[in-house]
Design a protein around this ligand. Structure first.
Ligand code: SF4
Length: 325
């Protein structure tokens, strides 16, 4: 680990004033410290924002607000989250380990870096870590990699389960820098790699994620997160699906669905949603809708199983939702 300066600002304004080229915000530390130890990240200044007043979780007529520093575990256990948006609680509880969930923040979760092994190994080239150096994953170990949104420069998956759930729910992220505040839809916030895989989102230098908002969606009470992985805990998704459906008299009146483990960013499955709307919640309809899940997919040599697995994950999520009273 390389030398850095440390400061712990006590207000958002002080944090923004202290941020500069080469600085990094430290919240739960479960991503940043790992990557600093690996020499993947080497900030010249670490700004510990753990003391900032950004931990509120509240629900009212405008929807859900979660402060960026709310812990994953606290958010998952919050009764309003569990009741109104079970998909969020489930996505969080299927992430990481209890110890990490007790430390990691919501903002940090959304900004976590990819788990591509080449990215985390400074001895290998990686366009995301070192632009222009190459992408060994395309011809190398790519079983866990993306099949949607990839480019000839990068095929790393986005690692956050929470981001998949929030994308399905049309959530937004609140940002603040010295020039003011702005709010972006999470789906627009993340970028696909194209020729610039080192740019993963629209965050500006020194800008701080202050919170997340989720609009009111009454039928999100009927929502679920299904995660398929190599082992049952402490593992990233091969595929995952966040789904919410508005079921009326056996008919799917509306649906919101997103996928993880398959995209270079959380991937909204709008073609699946369209294929469900107005149709009966029956197995054959779920199969027909799921057939659209991997449209446009470009599997790599070792992850050709993902399109079929994604379709089955969609069917499993819809089947679980339809079976609920
Ligand atoms: Fe780097 Fe992306 Fe290639 Fe992985 S897939 S080695 S993160 S450029």
């Amino acid at each position: 680990m390389r030398a850095f300066t440390y400061a712990a600002p006590s207000t958002v304004e002080d944090a923004l004033a202290a941020a500069g080229n080469g600085s990094a915000y430290l919240a739960g530390g479960t991503t940043l410290v790992d990557l600093m130890k690996l020499d993947v990240l080497a900030p010249s200044a670490v700004l510990d924002i753990g003391g900032l007043p950004l931990r509120d979780i509240r629900y009212d007529t405008s929807g859900l607000y979660v402060g960026a520093l709310a812990r994953m575990s606290d958010t998952a256990a919050h009764p309003m989250v569990a009741d109104h948006y079970p998909v969020i609680s489930q996505a969080l509880l299927l992430s990481a380990s209890p110890q990490i969930r007790n430390m990691a923040s919501i903002g940090g979760n959304l900004l976590q870096r990819t788990r591509c092994g080449y990215f985390r190994d400074p001895a290998t080239p990686c366009n995301k870590r070192e632009p222009g150096s190459g992408c060994p994953a395309l011809d190398g170990a790519n079983r866990m990699h993306a099949i949607l949104g990839t480019s000839g420069s990068c095929a790393a998956t986005h690692a956050s389960d929470l981001a998949v759930a929030l994308t399905a729910l049309d959530a937004s992220v609140q940002l603040r820098d010295r020039s003011g505040s702005r709010t972006l839809r999470l789906e627009d916030f993340y970028l696909t790699p194209a020729d610039t895989p080192h740019l993963e989102n629209l965050l500006r230098p020194g800008e701080l994620v202050t919170g997340v908002t989720v609009p009111v969606l009454a039928w999100a009470k009927r929502s679920v997160y299904v995660k398929v992985r190599d082992r049952r805990s402490y593992e990233f998704a091969l595929t995952s699906v966040a789904a919410a459906i508005d079921l009326r008299n056996g008919i799917v009146a509306d649906a919101s669905i997103a996928a993880g483990g398959v995209g270079t960013k959380p991937w909204r499955l709008r073609a699946v949603e369209s294929a469900l709307k107005g149709r009966p919640a029956r197995p054959e309809v779920f199969e027909q809708a799921a057939a659209h899940a991997a449209e446009g997919a470009r599997p790599l040599p070792h992850n050709g199983f993902k399109p079929a697995l994604l379709r089955q994950t969609v069917i499993r999520a819809l089947t679980r939702l339809a079976g609920r009273p």
